[in-house]
Design a protein around this ligand. Structure first.
Ligand SMILES: [Zn+2]
Length: 263
């Protein structure tokens, strides 16, 4: 019938006369169930159900531990994903989820994109609350906001435009919301759709890295160098994906050469 606590609440163990931490085997005495409660009006049916169940005895086999895989499925092996599904708090799917998580994506890029979408990157505008003044490290703009870095800043927009311009066509735009909207929903072919998603996350990751490198005096790249770095990252990622020759994504690297090499 399920967990006793779920059926009766905390008072159930009291009525049945078993300890709250008791195991099923501890509600047995000799060959019989050792529970009270048959006089209780509320638990009469429950009591009958238990009495009709087979008593767990050594001769019926060893006790085993089972892992809960979902509401009604128990298996001998542990599954971290099934366990996570049960303990996590589920909310409605956000419209932009595919712009952050997709099978060709790189997890460490996805993480930065996710922070960017939630506007949780520690930009100058957000650091102001901690008393830190920080303008744009690429162009000198006073307000270093998420929307400025992606991609209203002349530096980052130059990079984004050179890499994604051919794919986005007239939709290329320095505006954050419009760009996210386009990456999330567009009418591109399936290969181009994936390339735009990959470019979006790779550009955000490397532009944020460029910003941090400059902030901590770790390095400095020109737009031209940044474009090469991102192009190389995209190529490496595509090459690392193992598609069978006839897979519909096998032409991904070819398509990337077409749209990028000719620009
Ligand atoms: Zn800037």
């Amino acid at each position: 019938m399920g967990r006793l606590m779920d059926i009766t609440g905390d008072v159930g163990t009291y009525y049945l006369g078993v300890a709250r931490t008791a195991r099923v085997s501890e509600a047995v005495l000799g060959q019989q169930w050792n529970i009270r409660g048959h006089r209780s009006r509320h638990y009469h049916a429950l009591h009958d159900r238990i009495q009709n169940e087979r008593v767990p005895l050594d001769e019926h086999g060893r006790d085993v531990v089972l892992w809960k895989h979902d509401e009604n499925t128990y298996k001998p092996h542990f599954s971290s994903s099934r366990t996570w599904e049960q303990v996590r708090v589920k909310k409605n799917k956000v419209v932009w989820s595919k712009s952050v998580w997709f099978s060709q994506g790189v997890p460490r890029y996805s993480f930065i994109v996710w922070l960017a979408i939630k506007d949780r990157l520690s930009t100058g505008v957000r650091m102001r609350a901690w008393g830190i003044q920080q303008g744009c490290l690429m162009c000198g703009e006073r307000d270093e906001s998420r929307d400025h870095i992606f991609f209203a800043c002349p530096f980052t927009f130059t990079v984004w435009n050179r890499l994604a311009g051919r794919l986005c066509g007239r939709w290329i735009n320095p505006d954050w919301s419009l760009t996210l909207q386009f990456v999330t929903r567009n009418t591109l072919s399936s290969l181009d759709k994936i390339l735009v998603q990959m470019l979006f996350q790779t550009c955000i990751y490397y532009m944020w890295k460029e910003r941090n490198d400059r902030r901590h005096q770790k390095g400095y790249h020109s737009t031209e160098q940044a474009i090469r770095i991102i192009d190389k990252a995209i190529r490496n990622r595509i090459s690392s994906l193992r598609y069978k020759p006839d897979h519909k994504l096998a032409g991904l690297i070819q398509r990337w050469f077409e749209v990028f090499d000719n620009t």
